[in-house]
Ligand binder design. Structure first.
Ligand SMILES: Nc1ncnc2c1ncn2[C@@H]1O[C@H](COP(=O)(O)OP(=O)(O)O)[C@@H](O)[C@H]1O
Ligand SMILES: [Mg+2]
Length: 295
């Protein structure tokens, strides 16, 4: 995992949010929402934050190996979520048995009481765009989430695709949720300015450094930064996947290094492919080589 500008900004915001929530008991607690397209690193960043909070809390309270203590829970919202399914996801994470006929309220009660016992102070809800309010069940799901957050004395973090446009923030319940939420937007890396290109190159070199290749010259991928941006559209997920696949190829055939030829021969995922084709028909494309030398 790499410390990116996004993970740094989120870590800072996390400290502020947790401190504020710990200090104020009466007022409504604040939450943090991480929004952005798939592959931007939302889940990775929140898992990193969760891990750090877990470690810090265990150390602070001297409960390092206490298995009856769970400062952080992480749950993923299943597609087309009903209130019951949502709370079942939490119950599932906790390993709680849920009766077939249990209502959403019953499961919420179960989950809240177990989380209190476990001393949970941070709840991470991922893929929250799967909540929908255009059907009645979805509206209930958003309100179930809010009730859950109100009942538990913990800080809630959400992650999902383009959250401000989703139903979580729509309607009555959405307005209440929005009023208490700081939204961190995760965008693809750019290549427009010198600072953008430097940040992207730093990322490329960071990811390169993670590759276990015996014959690869360190920092040689700096030269391919502009090319890699074209291939991936500035997505950290697509970059990581492309370089990992290239590295696997290089290990399998014994070359143990990555160059342009290897990258050309390595496929990217469909979304990155689409981006690459769109780049290719842009008239500005030939100038890319010039941009590369400007670094
Ligand atoms: N901070 C990071 N350091 C290293 N790799 C990362 C980082 N963030 C994301 N990635 C890579 O990008 C991929 C996609 O990230 P993910 O967090 O799943 O994106 P999202 O949740 O936004 O769809 C991950 O599998 C990981 O390989
Ligand atoms: Mg994710």
């Amino acid at each position: 995992m790499l410390e990116t500008t996004d993970t740094e900004a989120l870590a800072r915001q996390t400290r502020i949010t947790l401190a504020r929530n710990a200090a104020s008991t009466a007022t409504a607690r604040r939450g943090l929402a991480v929004s952005g397209a798939a592959g931007m690193g939302k889940s990775t960043a929140l898992q990193l934050i969760g891990k750090r909070h877990e470690k810090a809390e265990r150390t602070r309270l001297d409960r390092i190996t206490d298995s009856a203590f769970a400062p952080v829970v992480y749950a993923v919202v299943p597609p087309a979520t009903t209130p019951k399914m949502l709370m079942q996801a939490f119950a599932h994470w906790l390993g709680l048995p849920v009766l077939q006929r249990a209502t959403a309220q019953t499961v919420t009660e179960q989950v809240v009481s177990v989380l209190r016992t476990l001393g949970t102070t941070l709840v991470v809800v991922d893929e929250v765009h799967n909540l929908t309010t255009n059907r009645q069940a979805g509206a209930e799901a958003a309100s179930a989430l809010k009730q859950f957050a109100d009942r538990l004395d913990a800080t809630f973090f959400y992650a999902g695709i383009d959250l401000p446009a989703t139903d979580l923030f729509a309607g009555n319940m959405g307005r209440q949720i929005k009023a208490r939420m700081i939204v961190h937007q995760m965008r693809p890396y750019g290549i427009g300015s010198k600072a953008d290109r430097e940040a992207w190159t730093e990322l490329v070199l960071g990811v390169e450094d993670l590759l276990p290749l015996a014959g690869h010259e360190p920092e040689s991928l700096a030269e391919e930064a502009a090319y890699l941006w074209d291939r991936t559209g500035g997505s950290i997920g697509a970059l990581r996947a492309l370089l990992s696949d290239a590295a696997i190829g290089a290990i399998i055939d014994g070359a143990e290094k990555i160059d342009r030829r290897r990258l050309d021969a390595t496929a990217t995922d469909y979304a990155a492919d689409e981006h690459h084709k769109a780049q290719a028909i842009r008239p500005a494309q030939p100038r890319k080589r010039g941009l590369k030398r400007a670094q």
